[in-house]
Ligand binder design. Structure first.
Ligand code: SF4
Ligand code: SF4
Length: 166
């Protein structure tokens, strides 16, 4: 995806965060920390890897879904990837077919905001994240990536045990 679109999408969110205060102080910035196995990271949107040239706070590792940034230190916030900017939200298609946002099912495991739903978040952040994703969706490669992202995230919404197999 072209650099300009990525930068516009990132800029749409800018310094907005899920809450008016620093939510990282609630949880010790849990979404920036590796999981118990030392794994985990943040998926990069197509073309974002090139924007991380010279990154000295983490490393990009390959993953079957998309390249992943694994952070070892605090980042330069002005360069943080889109996935960090939208967290704990995730793209979804609304009833009108347009891209919008919902709480990411994967956030339940770590984010204290996840249980409060969208109403608990700053509305300006919600709008900005939605607008950023719509910018991404204007590009065919971006829209294809959002579809794949949605399919992956939707897997985490499925019950562990199908009905009647407990
Ligand atoms: S885990 Fe949730 S509450 Fe904590 S810093 Fe990330 S978005 Fe904010
Ligand atoms: S890039 Fe920054 S915001 Fe994103 S996971 Fe790494 S340290 Fe956290």
């Amino acid at each position: 995806m072209d650099r300009e679109t990525l930068l516009r999408a990132r800029q749409a969110i800018g310094e907005l965060t899920p809450m008016l205060c620093d939510c990282g102080s609630l949880c010790g910035a849990a979404c920036c920390a590796p999981d118990a196995d030392g794994q985990g990271g943040v998926y990069l949107f197509p073309g974002e890897e090139a924007l991380l040239a010279g990154c000295d706070w983490g490393r990009v590792v390959p993953d079957a879904f998309a390249p992943m940034l694994m952070c070892d230190d605090r980042c330069d916030r002005s360069r943080r990837p889109l996935a960090c900017r939208i967290f704990p939200l995730t793209p979804v298609r609304g009833r009108n077919g347009l891209w919008t946002v919902r709480m990411d099912a994967r956030a339940r495991a770590m984010c204290p905001l996840a249980g409060h739903g969208l109403n608990g978040l700053d509305p300006r952040f919600l709008r900005a994240a939605r607008d950023a994703l719509r910018l991404i969706a204007e590009q065919p490669e971006g829209e294809a990536f959002l579809e794949r992202w949605l399919a992956l995230e939707s897997e985490y919404r499925k019950p562990l045990w199908p009905e009647g197999e407990k």
